[in-house]
Design a protein around this ligand. Structure first.
Ligand code: G3P
Ligand code: MG
Length: 268
């Protein structure tokens, strides 16, 4: 299996340099040469996919409560940047559609992590996958003639239920299974879910397990790798991609940037 995506991925859009999971984060990664981003997607009460990591609003916005207790129009008005720095006060929680649009315009490949608020695993998998597939089926994208050169997003999740629902909703999209620590039955899990790749915390990965995953024909992405020497080590082990907060320290170069072979998308 040849990894058809960039090998460096900006965690939560733009790592630590901008408010996580915002369009500003995606823009910041792009400015530093990143052409891939990981984002977290969850559902509001009225079932609109938006970018948010936590189940609740407090940490990264000036809102309160659970995401599944508020509608998208309320979320859209929240300040999603001041928690990091007052100069980011204009940052907002984007819809998944807005993030897909921005990334298609900029040629940024996306790893969309399906991040269900507990109790909404199936519906989140279904609606996130559907939103991605529907967006990707629309062509041409306004203002960008070569957007098809960026491969379709890869969906990932810690939730098997979300992945099963995503597969049913959008069978044309590739799936990654997220683990903190790679379990001994990883191969059975990936096979059962029809996954393309395995994503894991690099702290728990050995070179031996990395080789086994690659030898079995799966892609391998590690998070969250913030030390450049460790990033190099993992890539030398054969890890396909690393997801990082330190987009200022780990710099994309020609070897790690998009080879971007065209990946046909067959629709939903
Ligand atoms: O997808 C990799 C990574 O984002 C998983 O952890 O908690 O940062 O979403 P978390
Ligand atoms: Mg994530």
């Amino acid at each position: 299996m040849i990894w058809p995506y960039p090998r460096l991925v900006a965690h939560r859009g733009g790592g630590i340099l901008a408010p996580e999971n915002t369009l500003l984060a995606i823009d910041t990664g792009w400015q530093l040469g990143y052409r891939a981003a990981e984002i977290d997607a969850a559902l509001t009460r009225d079932e609109i996919p938006v970018l948010l990591h936590d189940d609740t609003l407090e940490r990264t916005t000036n809102g309160r409560g659970r995401l599944d207790e508020v509608n998208a129009d309320h979320v859209a008005g929240l300040d999603a940047g001041s928690w990091l720095d007052a100069r980011f006060a204009a940052a907002r929680v984007p819809t998944l559609d807005a993030a897909l649009q921005r990334c298609s315009e900029q040629g940024i490949w996306l790893n969309v992590e399906i991040k269900p608020v507990p109790g909404h695993e199936v519906r989140t998998g279904e609606l996130v996958a559907r939103a991605v597939a529907q967006f990707w089926s629309r062509a041409p994208f306004p203002g960008r003639h070569d957007s098809q050169a960026t491969p379709p997003p890869l969906l990932s999740s810690f939730s098997p239920d979300a992945l099963v629902a995503a597969r049913l909703a959008a069978p044309g999209l590739r799936l990654g299974v997220l683990f903190t620590e790679v379990p001994s039955d990883w191969q059975a899990v990936l096979r059962r879910l029809g996954a393309f790749s395995l994503h894991c915390d690099h702290h728990h990965l050995s070179a031996q397990v990395a080789h086994a995953i690659r030898a079995a024909g799966y892609g391998l992405l590690c998070y969250t790798v913030n030390d450049p020497a460790r990033a190099r080590e993992l890539l030398d082990w054969g890890v396909d991609a690393i997801c990082t907060d330190r987009i200022d320290l780990i710099k994309p170069d020609a070897d790690l940037q998009v080879p971007a072979p065209r990946v046909p998308f067959t629709g939903t």
